[in-house]
Design a protein. Structure first.
Ligand SMILES: *Cc1c(COP(=O)(O)O)cnc(C)c1O
Length: 471
């Protein structure tokens, strides 16, 4: 037995499934988890000394690579001052100023300890602000594991084949309405049925928990590649950066079809509902201003997690002043946290966000890298005639094992997960660590080099060249 296997046997006796979050389980890919001992740059090393090129990046936070020196030093300095005070601190003020000073529509922000908490609190604020109960979410979008949002929630739930979680009373989800991602008509129907009852529409601006499913955009050249809308010439021209949110002329011409996010914006405005962008993955990843800036669509509330904590347990929700002023202690919407705004966590997040803010070229390079890498993957898929789809948006992307374009939850589910499992094992045996589930993204970081990515592309080509993947 390897050390990872030994540890996993011990883990299974004392931790459900041996893991502290289901997405870390390797069950759906027929493996047992590698126990990770350390990580630096683009690589992770397990307890047996195996080194892997990492495409999970702690599920997003490690946009600068693992063990970034400035982040590490900031954490060490903060530790020397004490781990927690349960009192207000300067770093929290600096963090809030950094966010509110840069992010459109975020006038005020509240720090919490996870993405789940951020979303749960944002929903409460939206309900408190509107005095309405119902919320609209999209099938296949994941917004953390709070009761009201565990309805067709993608990601870990999807991998485990659980439509909705056990242990969630019906009463908790009776006000949660499900709509179809990329289908504005499905949202419009809900608004027509409940014109005065919907408090909020919550969306992952780029679906990243059912695999990667970008929104139909009202603008061309947004740097997102949908399986069915990617123009071949653009794919072949992947080395050319495309400026986000604008067409070649730098205009923002609307196509005839309204963009999905733009459409949600107008429906929310029309019916007086709060539009919540769950930017736990897209925030500070598509660009410093997240999906709002990338697609040029305004949200009323935004939730953050992952990158904002640089690997520490952090989340945040923020938005329009009139909504955020409903939150306690100024307003009647109660929300609290003993360790919220923890000084060590703030130090880590502040260090990472400061680097990202001061170096906007990081995003140009990262998105260009994504366009080249996923564009090349798509080309390889075409050359090998494999029945796969490559979806991507900036540094996020994934490959679906289906001949159908993937634009929503139903089409994502057509992917052959047994083939994904085989693909996963091929990659892992070649020391490439990708998500142990079809329904997750690949996360590119600053630390991945072109040479490393080129090697990965060849490994994928080798895999897709096998006969079983011919159409
Ligand atoms: C990860 C994630 C969450 C939950 O964040 P946790 O920190 O795991 O609680 C919420 N929304 C989205 C879009 C996520 O990807």
């Amino acid at each position: 037995m390897t050390k990872s296997e030994e540890l996993f046997v011990r883990a299974c006796k004392v931790i459900p499934g041996g893991v502290n979050s289901p997405v870390r389980a390797f069950g759906s890919v027929g493996q047992t988890p590698r126990m990770i001992a350390s990580a630096h740059g683009a690589y992770m090393t397990d307890e047996d000394g195996n080194r892997y090129l990492d495409f999970v990046g702690s599920w997003g936070p490690m946009i600068l690579g693992h063990d970034e020196p400035e982040v590490r030093e900031a954490v060490i300095r903060a530790c020397a001052d004490g781990l927690s005070f349960g009192a207000a601190t300067k770093r929290e003020v600096e963090m809030a100023e950094l966010i509110c000073g840069s992010i459109p529509n975020v006038d005020m922000v509240r720090m919490v300890n996870s993405g789940t908490e951020a979303v749960m609190s944002a929903i409460r604020a939206a309900r408190g602000y509107t005095g309405r109960d119902k919320i609209v979410k999209f099938m296949g979008c994941y917004h953390g594991h709070s009761d009201a949002l565990l309805v067709q929630a993608g990601s870990g739930v999807m991998t485990a084949g659980i439509p909705d979680s056990a242990g969630v009373p019906q009463g908790c989800t009776k006000d949660t309405l499900s709509a179809i991602y990329n289908d504005l008509a499905s949202v419009e129907r809900l608004f027509e049925e409940f014109p005065d009852e919907i408090a909020a529409v919550i969306v992952e601006p780029v679906g990243a928990n059912m695999g990667v499913v970008p929104p139909y955009s009202g603008k061309t050249g947004d740097g997102c590649a949908r399986a069915d809308s990617l123009d071949r010439a653009a794919a072949e021209d992947f080395a050319e950066p495309v400026s986000p949110g604008s067409n070649e002329n730098g205009n923002t011409l609307e196509t005839e079809r309204p963009g999905f996010l733009e459409g949600l914006r107008s429906l929310c405005t029309k019916y007086g509902a709060v539009l919540i962008f769950d930017e736990v993955i897209t925030g500070f990843r598509l660009g410093f201003t997240g999906a709002q800036g990338y697609f040029g669509v305004d949200a009323d509330l935004v939730t953050y997690g992952k990158i904002i904590g640089a690997g520490m347990p952090v989340g945040a929700y923020g938005g329009k002043r009139e909504i955020m002023e409903r939150v306690a202690p100024v307003g009647p919407v109660y929300q609290a946290g003993t360790l919220s705004g923890n000084p060590v966590a703030m130090a880590a997040g502040l260090a990472q966000l400061t680097i990202l803010k001061e170096h906007p070229e990081i995003y140009d390079e990262l998105n260009k890298k994504g366009q080249w890498f996923y564009g090349s993957l798509k080309q390889i898929a075409e050359e090998t005639k494999a029945a796969v789809q490559v979806n991507s948006c900036g540094s996020l992307g994934c490959m679906f094992f289906t001949p159908e374009p993937v634009v929503d939850y139903a089409s994502a589910k057509t992917s052959d997960t047994a083939q994904y499992a085989e693909y996963f094992r091929h990659m892992l045996s070649n020391h490439i660590y990708i998500a142990p589930s079809q329904f997750e993204a690949m996360f590119l970081s600053v630390a991945h080099t072109r040479e490393e990515l080129a090697d990965v592309l060849e490994l994928v080509r080798k895999f897709l060249n096998k006969e079983s993947f011919m159409q």
